[in-house]
Design a protein around this ligand. Structure first.
Ligand code: NAP
Length: 305
């Protein structure tokens, strides 16, 4: 059992990570006041305020810090580049510095979106990023800033889906919500990505820490698909009407932030380091379905009541 400090605990990853680890590890979570009813220790604080990080580290005395706090909304980043820099670059750099000074193993969460998508095929950790917008640029700069402070940190480029506190954070929830309400929606056929169930992401991060890994890793699902195909897979698993999802090109969307068409990342480096294959898409989707049947979404949301 390790002492773990989790930041961004009300977010999609942070909350599922805390939920996934609370029975096997000593969890302390940092939150800005949403988690009033959580079954793990919660410290309230805004991480951009001076002293919040240090007092959380003093209080939790963690062996591991997993930073899931970010400005992770692409449109919000375009509208708030300064806030984006503070949360996605300056804060992780400060965390890396503090972790190195205190002998804490640090995991910083980055994104698959650092690449421009122009490559024909998958991206490895050796490929050079070319961020397309404020979000991806600040996330890439955050990776560099973390390694400049702590060369032994783990930086994990992720993509995940799952049940969230708001019920609206993940693409899977978007498709599921519309499908169950018989609302038609579209899915991009020309954006390829590698979705992983967030609980699989959480378990994989813990394995990486247990193996004492360090450096840059792609922590995504082992199977690439279009966002449209992802919606269809959800419809089929939940026996909902896939015909409600229309195929659409991202070129015809009115999104402001530029997005990469190809988020297909190789996980070879990670599976080799762990000595095992990463969880298949189909097993993650089965778990996502089982969670729904077992009222996991309601359980998660009750932490904020
Ligand atoms: N979702 C994906 O598929 C995906 C894909 C690629 C990369 N990522 C990366 O994965 C990480 C987690 O993403 P997510 O989807 O879980 O994000 P999220 O749901 O938007 O959660 C972000 C978290 O950061 C917290 N936060 C923001 N500002 C804070 C502050 N000043 N002080 C304390 N906490 C603060 C938020 O708290 P509040 O609730 O109080 O705002 C929230 O808990 C991010 O680094 C993101 O870039 C996610």
């Amino acid at each position: 059992m390790a002492r773990i400090l989790i930041t961004g605990a009300s977010g999609l990853l942070g909350l599922n990570l805390a939920q996934e680890t609370m029975n096997t590890h000593d969890i302390t979570a940092v939150d800005r006041g949403k988690l009033v009813n959580a079954p793990f220790k919660v410290l309230n604080g805004d991480l951009l305020n001076t002293g919040t990080l240090d007092s959380a580290l003093d209080s939790a005395q963690p062996e591991w810090l997993i930073n899931c706090a970010a400005l992770a909304d692409l449109e919000a980043c375009e509208n708030n580049p300064d806030l984006s820099r503070r949360l996605n670059i300056d804060l992780p750099a400060q965390m890396a510095k503090a972790c190195k000074a205190r002998g804490i193993s640090f995991v910083h969460i980055s994104t698959d979106a650092v690449f421009d998508g122009e490559k024909d095929g998958f991206y490895t950790e050796e490929d050079t990023p070319n961020p397309l917008g404020v979000y991806s640029q600040t996330k890439f700069d955050g990776e560099q800033a973390v390694f400049a402070e702590d060369a032994n940190a783990i930086v994990a480029r992720v993509n995940f889906y799952g049940w969230s506190l708001s019920g609206r954070r993940s693409l899977a929830e978007f498709f599921h919500h519309n499908l169950t309400n018989n609302k038609s929606m579209s899915g991009f056929t020309d954006v390829r990505f590698c979705p992983m169930l967030v609980n699989d992401t959480a378990r994989t991060l813990i394995k990486m820490l247990q193996k004492n890994l360090s450096g840059l890793y792609h922590v995504v699902g082992p199977q690439a698909m279009s966002k449209y195909q992802f919606g269809v897979e959800i419809a089929r698993r939940f026996s909902l009407k896939e015909s409600e999802i229309s195929p659409k090109s991202i070129l015809s969307s009115n999104l402001t932030a530029r997005r990469s068409h190809n988020l297909w990342l190789s996980t070879h480096k990670l599976s080799t380091a762990l000595g095992e294959s990463l969880p298949e898409f189909s097993t993650g989707l089965d778990e996502f379905f089982t969670q729904y049947q077992q009222d996991y979404p309601q359980k998660i949301r009750s932490y904020a009541l």
